[in-house]
Design a binder for this molecule. Structure first.
Ligand code: 5GP
Ligand code: MG
Ligand code: MG
Length: 179
């Protein structure tokens, strides 16, 4: 698996440091609130697992799964809820936990859907931000790293469902896409 990686963009240590910092910030910002972390499966599982442990105030967690149709490199812009939340959002300060904010289409759609359920507040925390590719006017409230316009894998992010278990974020060798 490691032989498929062209270069490491963000190391395990860099991720650990940033996620701990973010946990502290969120703990302060949500001290007097009713925090509900909403992880968007599957890409955000590692980020969610580390982030929730870095948060030292009461927090609920829930999971949802969306699909943007297709397992390839590009987002189609059409989003489908594959698994919905269990918790009713009324009364919660919801923080969406995402792997990457790329075109922004997925999160824009999710935000609209979740806002209709009348949470106290709704914000976005993303591990990675790829601002060059944005197609809608959407910013993350919390972002750990800005990445260049390259397709990245690892630490939850996949290519055709592989590489999620890499402990760092890296770029694949071009021949992997063309196999
Ligand atoms: P969007 O383009 O809607 O902002 O991103 C939708 C989803 O596409 C992300 O949540 C992520 O699952 C996937 N995605 C976007 N950019 C990348 C990338 O560079 N690498 C990987 N592995 N997935 C990506
Ligand atoms: Mg995602
Ligand atoms: Mg994917």
């Amino acid at each position: 698996m490691k032989d498929d990686i062209l270069k490491v963009l963000i190391t395990e240590e860099e991720i650990a440091t940033k996620v701990k910092q973010l946990g502290k910030t969120i703990s302060k910002d949500y001290e007097d609130k009713n925090l509900l972390l909403v992880s968007v499966l599957k890409g955000s599982v590692l980020f969610m697992a580390d982030l929730m442990r870095a948060i030292d105030i009461h927090a609920r967690v829930d999971f949802m799964s969306v699909s943007s149709y297709g397992s390839g490199v590009k987002t189609s812009g059409v989003v489908k809820i594959v698994k919905d939340l269990d918790i009713n959002l009324a009364g919660y300060d919801v923080l969406i936990v995402e792997d990457i904010l790329d075109s922004g289409l997925t999160l824009q759609y999710l935000k609209e859907v979740l806002l209709q359920r009348k949470p106290n507040s709704l914000k976005i925390a993303t591990l990675l931000d790829k601002p060059e590719r944005r197609m809608v006017d959407l910013k993350a409230d919390y972002a750990c790293f800005t990445v260049p316009d390259e397709f990245v894998v690892g630490y939850g992010l996949d290519f055709a469902e592989k590489y999620r278990n890499l402990p760092y974020v890296g770029v694949l060798k071009p021949e992997i896409y063309t196999k």
